[in-house]
Design a protein around this ligand. Structure first.
Ligand SMILES: Nc1nc(=O)c2c([nH]1)NC[C@@H]1CN(c3ccc(C(=O)N[C@@H](CCC(=O)O)C(=O)O)cc3)CN21
Ligand SMILES: O=c1ccn([C@H]2C[C@H](O)[C@@H](COP(=O)(O)O)O2)c(=O)[nH]1
Length: 273
């Protein structure tokens, strides 16, 4: 995960001091890109221990179309607690926009189903996009989507190399990124989503490309970031996915097994609300 440490170093060395909505203050750059070849292993940060359980449950929850935190709470995931209202609702956030984007005629669009169908049936399409950034709904959301839009790309099989399957890549545009707390979650989450899509579309692994708008380190995460930079990254773990699952909406927590994850110890940090 040199890519992640390079981002951290780049922001520390070249970032500007910038005020932010939470009042914490950040060091920030605008525009950056990382690339992970999913064949090289599962891109899970090794320079601190990450809580994979939260990441998997959050992704299953997004894909189910749910926007109430009760499913997360039942599974011991607390990362959205600070933003929910008294009933546990977050407003029309990711799950709603992914699965039920509202149409002017009162109907809804299931963007995930549409994109799976496009990847399967029209892999050369340049329109395989899922957007959570619904301009009309943003002000009803507890937090406007940070991972705002993603696009898939199928590289055709190279027949000369004897390849029979295309390779699926995904690029995410993240408008705002908390490098210490949020980004390790976001990388693992989208890498996993890309791997799940690859399996259900019967393709091979391509790249996950992570593109940023405002990439920032909060001022109260600097010691933690320096500690992480002092640690040598370790080999990436491997993610095993139950090969029986062929429907993107049928994955369960038990279908995922992470092998050979040997991280440095966890590092605590306060989340800016
Ligand atoms: N400032 C901020 N940063 C974020 O990363 C973030 C938000 N706000 N708001 C919405 C979601 C919630 N996300 C979060 C929230 C908390 C943690 C967090 O506290 N992580 C700890 C504990 C992990 C756990 O309990 O599973 C960590 O050490 O990674 C991570 C991502 C990502 N998002
Ligand atoms: O998946 C996520 C969700 C949120 N974040 C971070 C990025 C910012 O630090 C805050 C959001 O604040 P805004 O003022 O709305 O930008 O949450 C993240 O990194 N990843």
């Amino acid at each position: 995960m040199k890519q992640y440490l390079d981002l951290m170093k780049h922001v520390m060395e070249t970032g500007a001091q910038k005020h932010d909505r939470t009042g914490t203050g950040t060091v920030s750059v605008f525009g950056y890109q990382m690339r992970f070849n999913l064949k090289d292993g599962f891109p899970m940060v090794t320079t601190k221990k990450l809580h994979l359980k939260s990441i998997i449950h959050e992704l299953i929850w997004f894909l189910s179309g749910d926007t109430n935190i009760s499913y997360l709470k039942e599974n011991g995931v607390r990362i959205w607690d600070e933003w929910a209202d008294a009933e546990g609702n977050l407003g029309p956030v990711y799950g709603y926009q992914w699965r039920s984007w509202p149409k002017p005629d009162g109907g809804h669009i299931d963007q995930i189903t549409q994109v799976v169908n496009q990847i399967r049936n029209n892999p050369d399409s340049r329109r395989m996009i899922v957007s959570a950034w619904n301009v009309a709904d943003v002000n009803q959301m507890a937090l406007p989507p940070c991972h705002s839009l993603f696009q898939f790309y199928v590289e055709p099989p190279n027949k000369e190399k004897g390849e029979s399957r295309g390779k699926l890549s995904c690029q995410l545009y993240q408008r705002s990124a908390d490098i210490f707390l949020g980004v390790p979650f976001n990388i693992a989450s989208y890498a996993l989503l890309t791997m799940m899509m690859t399996q259900v579309c019967e393709l091979d692994y391509g790249d996950f490309i992570h593109t940023f708008g405002d990439a920032h380190l909060y001022n109260n995460h600097m010691d933690q970031a320096r500690l992480q930079l002092s640690r040598e990254p370790r080999p990436l773990p491997t993610m095993k996915i139950n090969p029986e699952v062929k429907d993107i909406f049928k994955f369960k927590f038990e279908d995922f097994t992470l092998e050979n994850y040997d991280p440095w110890p966890h590092i605590k940090a306060a989340v800016a609300v």
